[in-house]
Design a protein around this ligand. Structure first.
Ligand code: ADP
Ligand code: MG
Length: 685
């Protein structure tokens, strides 16, 4: 029997209402979603050994006969043990199951089973604790094969998923759409879709798994590249407001410093977009502190000279406020009328600002997402600038374009993305890179230390705060379902500990679970110098400017990616004060040391991003979702650069031949490409 791919998962045999709800939480709604829910990892349960040959600590499958009736004992309240002995021809092992009383009735004396687990050998004794087992010859398949391991939610077990997916695949294996055009599949030697889905879940062997992964990774990147490439093509073909503009010399001359060559170049590239008659969609990518705001200011000025208005969108209220100050200082002397629109404004003020926008009485409006809510109308909006692009999704970018007559869009980002990835990630944008810092910028001295330096570090905090400086302390975000028993510093606990350690200092804490308004209040107080130490999760990663902060401490630094550490480090060294970054890590692996040491060696964001990519693979770039693209499964699968490049090239070639994917043989691909952005629209931010 064949089923429709969009069949609701709850109708699949063995799933039902309750498990369907749990699956929904994992983003699985339809049969197609279910079979596209790829394993997080695999367990190799293919190795079989006789009991006597299994080594201590080895994880193996053992075929053995249950030699005695299992005994259930209640050791104390909350601790029940089932014990038994199993044997094969040459050996005997003890089996112990903790708190699984039902095992007693499932294992029968005199019958053969396959046990999969970790063998413990001490002297002549061999034993396994809590092995997975099944009757020999059983078809369920949890031993003797490569077993998929899925992400789970409460109410779901590995078995639920693997059985559900097995049934799901049986229902739709032949009706899975082939998204890859035949010639692409052939020239890149990619497995067919059915084979790939089957073997990504239930690989016959490791070779089959590798083929399946390669094909699916390729497909995912190919679809993404097609989607972005198509968006870019549509934009280039559509007309934009041509802006004749003015000589920028007048603007440059008004500055207290001269622009760097890179700033000038970025502005010139954008200006040529604005004059072109096509809609600009440009990304300005520059390291923290490279002076992106100035580039935006120059363009806002340029647009104003033609009698048109700009909107500047920041990711948080505090950043909107900072940009309001900075841009007002630069631009109001020319006579630009500048307003702000944030959630913090009162209802009356908001009404006034909106009325002014509608009447065309403002030349620049600065704000948060509020700028693009439905009831905001613009009269002569020609340019939209968004700061810190990674907080906004592709689909939000296109929502902006709905305001006004196709305004030009300038996106600014400090997330340095290596070129190969940028091709795909920013496939719908033109890119200007600011690869030069303003002169006289100080290097932030960076050190990696372990717990034994704690006392010295505390003294350092005292010394700097004694000089009037402020300190950031960043703790890793501990995710809710984190299973690791590692000692991770939670921001709140660490803040409490610091407050005890430094009774004379004012310590504040900010984390992602706080309401945006409360978060902004804590940040604003810190920026105003009202607190000495700000303990935070990575919520402070994006652009806040506190020139008085001279020390950034990152706890459990091994938990962060290098690019993220670089962003964090960029929060200090923004003023005249000598600044420092201390990475605290007790992880004693060579690899972690090597990674963290890169931070001490270079302050070049691009170089760091390249290293990060080399060390961690591209999965993390896609996985972190900082780019605001639709979610991919690649974080789970990993991908190599070679596939990425091939997928990008093939997509470009295909779009060259069929820009709208309107050929009948591209119908499935087109549908998927469109779905990607529709889905992205609900799931971003
Ligand atoms: P970011 O790229 O991180 O957004 P900003 O635009 O906030 O950087 O600029 C960082 C600082 O550098 C600001 O204080 C700004 O005034 C200063 N700055 C920008 N361009 C120059 C320049 N060409 N020369 C000197 N200082 C500059
Ligand atoms: Mg900035």
């Amino acid at each position: 029997m064949m089923a429709e791919l969009n069949t609701d998962v709850r109708y699949i045999k063995g799933i039902g209402e309750k498990k369907a709800l749990a699956l929904n939480k994992l983003g699985v709604f339809s049969l197609y979603d279910l079979v596209s829910f790829f394993p997080r990892k695999y367990e190799d349960r293919t190795a079989f050994k006789p009991i006597s040959l299994a080594l201590d600590g080895e994880t193996v499958c053992i075929r053995a006969l249950v030699a005695e009736t299992p005994r259930l004992s209640r050791v104390r309240r909350g601790l029940e043990l089932v014990k038994l002995r199993a044997a094969d021809e040459g050996g005997v092992m003890d089996l112990t199951f903790f708190n699984q009383p039902y095992v007693k009735d499932q294992l029968h004396r005199g019958e053969s089973y396959v046990f999969y687990g970790r063998m413990e050998v001490s002297g002549m004794r061999r034993r396994m604790v809590n092995p997975v087992y099944e009757r020999e010859g059983a078809e369920k398949g949890v031993t003797g094969r490569i077993v998929p391991i899925y992400r789970l939610r409460a109410g779901l077990s590995q078995r639920d998923l693997s059985q559900g997916i097995r049934r799901g695949l049986a229902l739709c294996l032949d009706s899975l759409p082939e998204l890859l055009p035949e010639p692409v599949r052939r020239s890149n030697q990619l497995a067919a879709v059915g084979y790939a889905y089957e073997n990504i879940h239930f690989p016959r062997d490791f070779e089959a798994l590798a083929l399946a992964r390669r094909r699916l990774i390729f497909e995912e990147l190919f679809v993404l590249a097609c989607a972005l490439g198509r968006a870019r093509g549509q934009r280039t073909r559509a007309g934009g407001i041509p802006i004749a503009g003015a000589e920028l010399r007048e603007f440059w001359a008004s500055l207290p410093f001269s622009p760097t060559g890179a700033q000038r170049r970025a502005v010139e590239q954008a200006v040529s977009d604005l004059r072109s008659g096509s809609v600009m969609n440009r990304l300005v990518q520059g390291d923290v502190g490279s002076g992106k705001t100035l580039v935006a200011a120059a363009l806002i000025w340029y647009v104003w000279k033609s009698g048109l208005a700009s909107a500047f969108m920041a990711p948080t209220e505090i950043l909107a406020e900072q940009h309001f100050q900075t841009l007002s200082a630069m631009l109001s002397p020319f006579g630009l009328r500048i307003g702000r629109l944030t959630g913090a404004l009162g209802a009356k003020e908001k009404r006034q600002v909106k009325a002014a926008l509608k009447a065309g009485e403002l030349d620049l409006i600065i704000g948060t997402h509020a700028l693009f809510s439905e009831d905001v109308e613009y009269k002569n909006l020609a340019l939209v600038v968004t700061d810190e692009q990674h907080r906004f999704g592709v689909s939000q970018r296109s929502a902006l374009i709905g305001k006004g007559a196709r305004p030009h869009v300038l996106v600014m980002s400090a997330t340095p993305i290596p070129r190969t990835l940028a091709l795909i990630l920013y496939g719908d944008l033109d890119v200007s890179v600011i690869d030069e810092l303003p002169p006289g910028r100080q290097k932030v001295d960076t050190f990696t230390v372990d717990e034994s330096y704690r006392a010295r570090l505390n003294n350092f905090i005292l010394k700097l705060t004694g000089q009037g400086r402020q300190v950031f302390v960043v703790c890793p975000m501990v995710e809710e379902n984190e299973e690791l028993p590692m000692k991770l510093k939670s921001a709140q606990e660490h803040a409490a500990a610091l407050a005890r350690a430094f009774p004379s200092l004012r310590v504040a804490c900010v984390h992602g679970k706080m309401k945006p308004r409360d978060k902004d209040a804590v940040m604003t107080a810190f920026a105003a110098g009202e607190t000495d130490i700000l303990v935070a999760t990575t919520v402070i990663e994006v652009g806040v400017d506190v020139p008085n902060a001279a020390l950034m401490i990152v706890e459990n630094a091994e938990r962060f990616g290098l690019s993220q550490l670089h962003q964090l480090r960029g929060r200090v060294g923004r003023g005249a004060h000598k600044s420092y970054c201390v990475l605290v890590s007790d992880a004693d692996s060579e690899e972690v040391r090597a990674r963290l040491n890169i931070m001490s060696k270079t302050s070049d964001g691009f170089q760091i991003a390249e290293e990060d990519l080399r060390l961690r693979g591209p999965g993390d770039f896609f996985g972190s979702r900082q780019h605001g693209l639709p979610e991919t499964h690649l974080a789970d699968l990993g991908a190599d650069m070679d596939i990425m490049q091939r997928a990008q090239q093939e997509a470009a070639a295909l779009l060259g031949a069929d820009p709208e994917l309107s050929a009948p043989e591209h119908a499935a691909l087109k549908e998927r490409v469109e779905l990607l952005f529709r889905r992205g629209a609900d799931s971003l931010n």
